[in-house]
Design a protein around this ligand. Structure first.
Ligand code: ZN
Length: 423
């Protein structure tokens, strides 16, 4: 029955591309599109959500918004059991400063177009299908990625969620209220039977699919980051007056630690283990002053959580040895250490069948970036579908996905949602 209806499946790729461009215009980036900046709860973010509300209602979806702005646009046609656990698909629309127009947005507008395509094809959904827009996937404003999905999954208690603060010192609770969202934050957590299945469509943000000339990637595992902050404290002093044997330079110690991090990660048995030191603050940051304090971040990821945590422990131990030898102090704090996720086998299989039905080429792969799906996977059967992006580039204005790949992704998503909602 599903196959019959899906014979008529038509994806309006032109409309989808036009909507991606319209969405990109909700931006505070001083440069013109395709450069996009859209920070959660900013005027641009709120205007974009307003625009989405119109699109959802035009498609006949009923919209629920939770106390932090996570949005659920539901299609429950005649014959659909409104009380059954739903099938969900969605992603995020916030964009880091000076980013592109495809990261996340493809997963929300693509899910909407998939639902519209199912409506046109006359699909008889037996359970509701939700298009989900997650709040604050990017850590830009509150320093923590996937805020919305973490809270939905019950991994971010209401009191901690309320107290996340932005650079202006405003709490998430205050900022969301100013943006027009209220209600008890404890209500963000989803019930155990909210979703029977969840699928996120996303650009790959890596070069593999393009390199191999494939249309689609079926994600079977999502790597998870651990974020650790290190603070090295040494002794400052005049750059001319203190001789080398007498120095306890915090930056030189930090440099040795960063080198050790690279070595420990490279020698890890897991090929998926990656370590990045991406930020550093040097105090007092003057050309003629010996650095007395250095803070740096570590982002450590793997699909093997045990290996990742082992590498992390080795790094902490090695940094302490380096500090002791150089007579400086090092302290660390773990910001987050989320477990990696395995995707749901039957959903990944449904993606493969749907891709085959459309005549698209595909392969299984690991998501090295993490996504809202990582947190959805902790509660509900979840998988992801990747489409290629040019050069593997993401988080940059030149991020680009070809219309034919958008079409492949949305058609495959639609067929998968049909399978998952049809029984
Ligand atoms: Zn994303």
């Amino acid at each position: 029955m599903m196959m019959d209806a899906m014979k008529n499946l038509y994806i309006d790729t032109g409309r989808l591309v036009a909507e991606l461009h319209e969405l990109a215009a909700f931006s505070s980036c001083p440069e013109p599109t395709p450069a996009v900046t859209r920070v959660v709860y900013s005027d641009e973010d709120r205007a974009a959500r307003q625009w989405f509300d119109g699109l959802f209602r035009d498609a006949g979806l009923s919209v629920r918004v939770d106390p932090i702005g996570n949005t659920f646009a539901r299609w429950c046609p005649d014959g659909c059991d409104a009380d059954a656990p739903a099938v969900g698909s969605g992603s995020h629309i916030d964009a880091i400063p000076h980013a592109g127009m495809y990261d996340g947005t493809v997963g929300v507008l693509g899910a909407l177009e998939a639902v519209r395509a199912l409506q046109r094809a006359g699909h008889r959904a037996k359970r509701p299908i939700d298009v989900v827009l997650f709040t604050s996937e990017e850590p830009t404003r509150f320093g923590l990625g996937c805020t919305g999905s973490r809270a939905m999954a019950g991994q971010l208690p209401a009191d901690r969620l309320a107290l996340l603060t932005d650079d202006a010192g405003d709490s998430l609770d205050a900022v969301r209220r100013r943006a027009g969202y209220d209600g008890d934050l404890a209500g963000v957590r989803l019930s155990d039977d909210a979703y029977a299945a969840f699928v996120e469509l996303h650009i790959e943000q890596g070069p593999k699919l393009e390199e191999e000339g494939l249309d689609l990637g079926r994600v079977f595992a999502i790597a998870a980051p651990s974020t650790i902050n290190f603070v090295v404290t040494g002794q400052g002093g005049h750059a001319g007056a203190v001789l080398m044997p007498d120095r306890h330079d915090a930056l030189c110690a930090a440099a040795e630690m960063i080198h050790a991090i690279e070595q420990l990660c490279r020698s890890s048995p897991s090929p998926d283990c990656v370590a990045t030191v991406g930020t550093m603050d040097i105090h007092p940051h003057a050309v003629n002053s010996i650095p007395s304090r250095v803070a740096f971040s570590l982002d450590l990821r793997d699909i093997d959580g045990v290996n990742r945590d082992g590498v992390c422990e080795a790094i902490v131990g090695e940094n302490q040895r380096i500090a002791a030898r150089r007579h400086v102090q090092v302290e660390h704090s773990v910001l987050n250490a989320d477990p990696p996720a395995d995707c749901d086998g039957p959903i990944v299989e449904a993606l493969a069948e749907a891709a085959d039905a459309g005549g698209y080429t595909h392969r299984g792969m690991v998501s090295r970036a993490y996504h809202d799906s990582l947190f959805m996977a902790s509660r509900f059967p979840t998988a992801m579908l990747f489409i290629p992006c040019r050069g593997g580039v993401s988080h940059r204005p030149d991020e680009f996905a070809e219309p034919r790949h958008l079409e492949a992704g949305v058609a495959t998503l639609a067929r998968t949602l049909a399978t998952l909602s049809g029984s």
